[in-house]
Design a protein. Structure first.
Length: 173
């Protein structure tokens, strides 16, 4: 499955590419925005894929979630995914851009717009939401640029780099 944006193409990740996904999610520059230093160092492949289950890599199970490569031309610059669609037909998304050189170019906002359009129009979800740590203003700006609106602040929600930090939850209206 492929979804086209203005700057990027989203291509479904299959089982054969899971190792590359693991590397981007745990060892790239962008990984520090998903996992803190301690979690990243201790995140084995087995533990990682306990969270990122087989459904994320099977396009026939669209309600279970799906991972997509974010591609610029044929270069895989990152991953965007949606999680399992809940009983209220709502879904959370996640995004990571691997290399710093690919950040601040509008790729993330474009990928978010493309994925949200797919989720809202094709899969008919009610609400798409995303959370970010308040100490990651670049991500928050990209989400807002893609059309997300602030839903609420979650105080001390995430333990990151040795302390509890606030997060913001944004939703696509």
């Amino acid at each position: 499955m492929e979804l086209l944006g203005n700057k990027i193409k989203l291509k479904a990740i299959t089982n054969s590419d899971k190792d590359h996904f693991y590397t981007i999610a745990t060892k790239s520059y962008g990984a520090k925005f998903w996992y803190d230093d301690i979690k990243r160092e201790k995140r084995s492949k087995t533990a990682f894929f306990n969270d990122w289950t087989e459904g994320y890599f099977d396009t026939k199970k669209s309600k279970e979630g799906q991972c997509f490569w974010m591609m610029v031309q044929e270069k895989k610059i990152g991953v965007i995914a949606y999680n399992k669609i809940d009983e209220h037909n709502n879904v959370e998304i996640d995004i990571i851009i691997g290399d710093e050189e690919d950040m601040n170019k509008g790729y993330g906002a474009d990928a978010i717009k493309v994925l949200c359009e797919f989720l809202l129009k094709k899969l008919k979800v009610n609400k798409v939401w995303i959370e970010a740590r308040m100490n990651n203003p670049r991500a928050i700006k990209a989400y807002q640029k893609a059309g997300f609106k602030r839903e609420k602040i979650l105080e001390k929600k995430d333990f990151f780099q040795g302390e509890f930090v606030d997060c913001i939850r944004l939703e696509m209206p």
